[in-house]
Design a protein around this ligand. Sequence first.
Ligand code: GDP
Length: 360
Amino acid sequence: ALTIGIVGLPNVGKSTLFNALTRQTILAANYPFATIEPNVGVVNLPDERLDTLAGIFGSQKILPATVSFVDIAGIVKGASEGEGLGNQFLANIREAHAIAQVVRVFEDDNVVHVDGKVDPTSDMETINTELVLADLQTLENAIPKLEKQVKQKKAEQAQLDAYLAAQTVLERGDTIFSAIASEKLDMENLAQLSLLTAKPFIYVFNVDDSVLGSAERQQELADLVAPAQAVFLDAKLEADLVELSEEEAREMLELNGQEESGLDQLARVGFDTLGLQTYLTAGPKEARAWTINKGDTAPEAAGVIHTDFQKGFIKAEIVSFDDLVAAGSMNDAKSAGKVRMEGKDYVMKDGDVVEFRFNV
Ligand code: GDP
């Protein structure tokens, strides 16, 4: 499964946030196949379309898509030097598909900051520097080997060029992710290195009410990290919210001037950052969102339900969510000519409501 690794300096609120994530996992009775591991938090991707579908089809259950977060120990200066924990920690993030960096913005005299003061810009620099240094080490190990192989014609010059270009970016102190667009980096040839800074980044700003209520302050922080995505939440508030009933939680959010919880925002942004989308299925038993990659074809989408669906794929009966809702029922959508038969080359769209036809 695709996972997002949570990183950050000590005392920025990682555990508080992660506890909220796992607490929600435990409460989410909907997650059917979970072998819940202690360091994985699985969050439902909020999707109001499922409620609408459940209404139309009289579905008994709603099963949203999920996003998984992995808790990874805090980073300190020197982590990239690979002493003890540092190395282990870096090995853990290597397996994540995206990185969510928790950044402390909240002020609280009772919570010590490792550098003595709350300074988001400097904190992000510290973390990013460690990740950049770790990647530089990876390249410094890989390049001499690759040079030899190129000489022996066992590897392509293009690959070496990709490595050298990446090294130049890192030596400048930039992350690979921030340079992908501007430098036209050859990501295909870099893929096998699993560089940490090549992963998509999300910045999770752990803020207090003053920032939660200020669009201006949020914009300032978002500008600092663009094109990476920014999420603003109060980890302590999130930890309280998961203890409340849905109704109480909504009231508490309203009191704080928020439309949705930070965990919901994080799930949405995380899902998007991972390049995922959902299609929907519905019937009397359940209304369900299925996770696929953007660009997946109909048979690939069918394979997410069952590999046999992909192997025996014949066609997919598809109606867009909006057309279905406008028609009011599947039959009415059919009468209105809104239900299409799509073949194996069809590229799925977000919000397609689907029924697959397949041979078994
Ligand atoms: P970690 O070391 O990054 O995992 O940080 P923790 O989650 O353990 O948090 C460190 C301390 O900061 C704890 O005492 C938390 O209660 C407190 N804390 C975490 N988030 C917030 C927040 O949003 N506001 C305030 N005031 N305190 C927080």
